[in-house]
Design a binder for this molecule. Structure first.
Ligand code: ACO
Length: 377
């Protein structure tokens, strides 16, 4: 049956889902019907992960149990640590994370994805261990020791501790947790779709998450946050912003951290991150990158408003991580740590009514060509 070809599948529904919803015209994002602003104000990353996975807010008892389950599974096997030690020190941490997650799947048998209990423990392990893999690679590639997790520290506190060997200040922990909530889920984006395609073959969840990590890495998706900070560093001062933006417009080049397939207003996550920046900088002093970013947003508005191109989530997130001293290349792995909750929520949902993804193509090549022997070509 012939269909219209939609490049990038723009506007083509790929699944039915109750996990999250975006109103791109109004700039509203909801997880399981709850607005992202409310979750950032009142929730924690682990509570939000539970909400995404199971469709409702947990009771105190459920949250306590989930927190305990995740906390107990943060450690990674020494063989995974050894594997990470063997990776090249200049490799990209997203590749290290993808390799680590794929390897995790070799350690945990019982890949029968129809086993609901086993699926719960796979989700717990993935949410728990991704931060440990990320922090381990950050340390080991510099020749530092791997720092094991500490059970008395909460999810965000523990990750920052494993990265720096220091229990972080409260404002960092609160800020980082909000960043994780904001990155935990975002409807049918490229990495979620990739995971669902893999999941539709009934592959195990480690393979599902490893494939999503691969898709998230690219600069048109999660990788944009790195490029934003590189751009802000290159610009250097607010006074150089206008010249830079004009030059990009003339060259018809994109400004990283701007534009979105769905949002036709400012991404609500960018608005929240800007508020978060404000609170963080009040306590810790401003960031020169933030001053440049605000000026870029102002200058870009003059050129892009007609096209409805505004800052997206990646525009301000890197500035927060940079302020905490986190290396640029670890911004996207942090995104992946958070988004694992969303990927797994979609995986749970898909398993209830799975159908193998097998789209069509519109063939525009030739037919009936002769095979020409190599000596006659
Ligand atoms: N800078 C300048 N102009 C832009 C930008 C931008 N960042 N984004 C879109 N536009 C313009 C395009 O040039 C195009 O203009 P034209 O119609 O005159 O040719 C128009 O807006 C539509 O842009 P498309 O690229 O066709 O829109 P699409 O929906 O395919 O792209 C995308 C969305 C890929 C996110 C795009 O905006 C982009 O490349 N942004 C920069 C990378 C980025 O920040 N990615 C992170 C996205 S959020 C996330 O994944 C977490």
């Amino acid at each position: 049956m012939p269909h219209d070809f939609m490049p990038g599948l723009a506007g083509v529904p790929a699944a039915r889902s109750a996990v999250s919803d975006v109103d791109g015209q109004a700039g509203v994002l909801e997880y399981r019907g709850i607005r992202i602003e409310a979750l950032c104000e009142h929730s924690s990353f682990l509570e939000t992960a539970w909400l995404l996975l199971f469709g409702r807010l947990p009771t105190q008892e459920q949250l306590t149990q989930f927190t305990k389950d995740v906390t107990c599974h943060r450690r990674i096997k020494y063989r995974i640590v050894d594997l990470i030690k063997c990776l090249p020190e200049h490799g990209h941490p997203m590749d290290a994370l993808q390799a680590g997650v794929a390897a995790l799947g070799m350690f945990y048998p019982g890949r029968n994805v129809t086993d609901v209990e086993n699926n719960y423990w796979s989700a717990v392990r993935l949410i728990a261990k991704l931060p440990t893999i990320v922090a381990a690679y950050a340390r080991l590639r510099k020749g530092d020791d791997y720092i094991p997790p500490r059970d008395e520290l909460n999810f965000s506190e523990n990750f920052l501790y494993m990265l720096t060997e220091t229990v972080p200040p409260k404002i960092w922990v609160e800020t980082f947790d909000v960043c994780l909530i904001l990155h935990a889920e975002h409807t049918m984006n490229a990495s979620t779709f990739t995971g669902l395609v893999t999941a539709s073959t009934l592959a195990d969840p480690y393979t599902v998450v490893a494939s999503s990590i691969g898709a998230l890495k690219g600069p048109l998706h999660g990788g944009a946050n790195e490029e934003v900070v590189e751009m802000l560093r290159e610009i250097g001062t607010p006074g150089r912003v206008r010249g830079y933006v004009e030059q990009k417009v003339q060259a018809k080049e994109k400004i990283m951290g701007f534009g979105h397939r769905v949002y036709k207003v400012k991404d609500p996550r960018a608005t929240i991150l800007q508020e978060v920046c404000g609170r963080l900088f009040k306590e810790t002093g401003t960031s020169p990158l933030y001053d440049v970013a605000v000026e870029v947003e102002r200058a870009a508005a003059e050129h892009f408003e007609a096209k409805k191109v505004y800052p997206n989530v990646d525009f301000y997130s890197g500035i927060v991580y940079d302020k905490m001293g986190i290396e640029l290349e670890f911004f996207t792995p942090i995104f992946a740590m958070a988004r694992a909750a969303g990927w797994l929520a979609h995986w749970f949902e898909q398993l209830k009514e799975n159908k193998l993804y097998r789209p069509e193509q519109i063939y525009d090549g030739e037919h009936n060509r002769p095979y020409v022997p190599i000596g006659e070509r």
